[in-house]
Design a protein around this ligand. Structure first.
Ligand code: GLN
Length: 302
């Protein structure tokens, strides 16, 4: 929507009012949220919020901002209100059925790019499988970063795949991405060089204690990791050698799950040597990503 230069309230006053309302409600990211909402609704950059602070906003724009404010005061995350979230510096569309991509998940991209480079995968064509792809943020970021990669994203929710496909077009990597509906890798009969997943890992009993932004607005299926939070990892690892023989598997993990995940990887025949395991923290220094190299021969029992 275009900003109107006719009579109306100045943008800086609208922005101030929004910021104050969010601060009074105890929203930690009040200033950023106010800026993101106004910039998005006016379809201008955040820099222009400053340079054009005296722009007069018309009725229609102000009403849109008011509606966004009510939703945010109801604890809906800004990314859900706007339908867009930035991940690895690219904009991803999100929907009711996709997890809102998190900065923490960018540590998986760091790990994958490190592995892709150390294994010299960029010298040839290589394949990526993203299990529980949601918005497609992980797979599509890697495809955008690596021009000779192709990949498959799987999700159990067909509606999530609609969003992931839109994102693949948006990023211009649609011809190298395929999206399939199913339970983890069940629908597949192929091997991949890199398997990556940010599976649901919250213990079922902890979900009621999550922030309202998460428990009231994220799809439950994208969060709920069963009684101990590890159910998805067990399911994925149980069928591992069907889709991974000699490549890497990269997992996002939850707080305090490192030892359990290393145990599950060990049970699956992975992480037998230190060189075969990579552990990365997120920006808060929390262990967030575990990667393991498979060295199966392909003759193991399936
Ligand atoms: N892969 C998606 C993401 O990381 C969705 C993950 C999920 O739904 N648990 O955002």
């Amino acid at each position: 929507m275009k900003a109107e230069r006719s009579a109306g309230i100045e943008m800086k006053d609208v922005l101030d009012e929004l910021r104050q309302a969010f601060r009074s409600a105890g929203i930690e990211s009040a200033d950023l949220d106010a800026r993101l909402i106004v910039a998005h609704i006016l379809d201008i950059s955040q820099a222009r919020l400053v340079s054009e602070h005296d722009l007069k906003l018309g009725e229609a724009v102000i009403e849109k901002i008011r509606q966004a404010k009510m939703r945010r005061l109801d604890r809906e995350p800004v990314s859900r209100i706007l339908g867009i979230r930035e991940f690895w510096s690219r904009a991803f569309e999100i929907s009711d059925t996709t997890l809102d991509p998190r900065p923490d998940t960018e540590s998986l991209i760091d790990a994958a790019l490190e592995i892709i480079s150390s294994e010299k995968l960029t010298d040839k064509e290589f394949t990526i499988l993203d299990l529980g792809t949601g918005s497609g943020c992980i797979l599509l970021t890697l495809l955008a970063e690596c021009e000779n990669a192709t990949g498959v994203g799987i999700d159990i929710d067909p509606d999530a795949l609609v969003t992931a496909r839109k994102n693949s077009q948006r990023l211009g990597v649609g011809s190298r991405a395929e999206f399939v509906c199913g339970h983890w890798a069940d629908p597949l009969d192929a091997q991949f060089d890199i398997v990556i997943s940010n599976p649901p890992y919250i213990k079922s009993a902890d979900i009621p204690n999550l922030m309202p932004e998460v428990k009231n607005f994220e799809p439950l299926m994208a969060l709920d990791g069963g009684h101990d939070g590890l159910e998805a990892y067990r399911e994925i690892l149980s069928g591992l050698n069907k889709f991974l023989t000699t490549g890497w598997i990269i997992f996002e993990i939850g707080q305090g799950q490192l030892d359990d995940i290393l145990g599950l990887l060990g049970d699956a025949g992975l992480c037998e040597h230190d060189d075969d395991c990579l552990i990365l923290g997120d920006l808060n220094g929390m262990m967030r990503c575990v990667a393991a190299k498979a060295r199966f021969t392909g003759n193991e029992k399936k």
